[in-house]
Design a protein around this ligand. Structure first.
Ligand SMILES: [Mn+2]
Length: 256
């Protein structure tokens, strides 16, 4: 066995030339960018693994892109276009949508599932998993549901906002305990659960916060952002350690 670091691929934002038309993000006006939050770099390094950016590439390269990593994180970001989970389309323009990213990540996730790569899905990533399994979303918690919890808290991202109660006798609660205190930076949530998935954690108001596959312990999807909490919260570190442990086990079995 080669003693190499586990490589964790992380998806991120695609910044189009239109979004960077004034050059206010980086570089020169109109230049396009791919980027992810540095919180992931720190969280992954902290768990003794090496982060790798997963830029949007043409579909024909996705398999090789996935072969270059040992674990995958689908990060948070824009809303997913409702055309992927609604048959009745409202005639409206959506803000904060990236169809380029949707197309790429849906294919990436499908292939990663087939290749049995360990996957952590964060926020948008969790919603994407549900959609890939033919589930649906509440497009806006505030307008569709009544709750006293503020799930869209944009300040002090490393601080917990609400509890999540985890299903007992499940690998997630074995890892994290029966309740975790989490941050909350989302305005959408799971509506109908997709096929072969299981709800294993909810906030007190019933909003779904953790899903997994019924028959796999190497995939975990969380609605909160553990990468923003890894310095303060033990459970956030445990999630990254879990992902890297799963990848290490795979690598050992494969004899690489
Ligand atoms: Mn929440």
């Amino acid at each position: 066995m080669r003693n190499t670091l586990i490589k964790v691929g992380v998806t991120g934002y695609f910044v189009s030339s239109e979004e960077n038309k004034d050059g206010w993000i980086k570089g020169v006006p109109g230049q396009q960018f791919t980027m992810f939050s540095y919180d992931f770099v720190e969280s992954i390094l902290n768990s003794k693994a090496l982060p790798a950016l997963m830029p949007i590439v043409p579909k024909k390269f996705i398999k090789e892109q996935l072969e270059s990593i040992d674990a995958l994180i689908l990060a948070g970001g824009e809303d997913i276009h409702p055309r992927y989970y609604e048959t009745e389309q409202e005639d409206q323009q959506y803000q904060d949508i990236s169809v380029e990213r949707d197309e790429y990540e849906i294919e990436l996730l499908k292939q990663a599932l087939d290749m049995e790569i360990p996957i952590l899905l964060v926020c948008r990533g969790m919603q994407l998993l549900n959609i890939v399994q033919n589930g649906t979303l509440h497009k806006d918690i505030k307008t569709e549901l009544s709750t006293k919890i503020d799930h869209l808290t944009l300040t002090n991202q490393s601080q917990p906002v609400h509890d999540v109660d985890l299903k007992k006798e499940h690998f997630v609660s074995s890892l994290l305990g029966n309740t975790v205190k989490v941050n909350s930076i989302h305005h959408q949530s799971i509506k109908h659960l997709g096929g072969n998935l299981e709800i294993v954690g909810c906030a007190k108001d019933g909003i779904v916060e953790v899903i997994t596959f019924q028959d796999r312990e190497d995939i975990m999807a969380v609605q909160w952002h553990p990468e923003m909490m890894y310095q303060e919260s033990e459970h956030a570190k445990l999630i990254f350690n879990w992902l890297i442990d799963k990848a290490t086990t795979n690598k050992t079995i494969m004899g690489d």
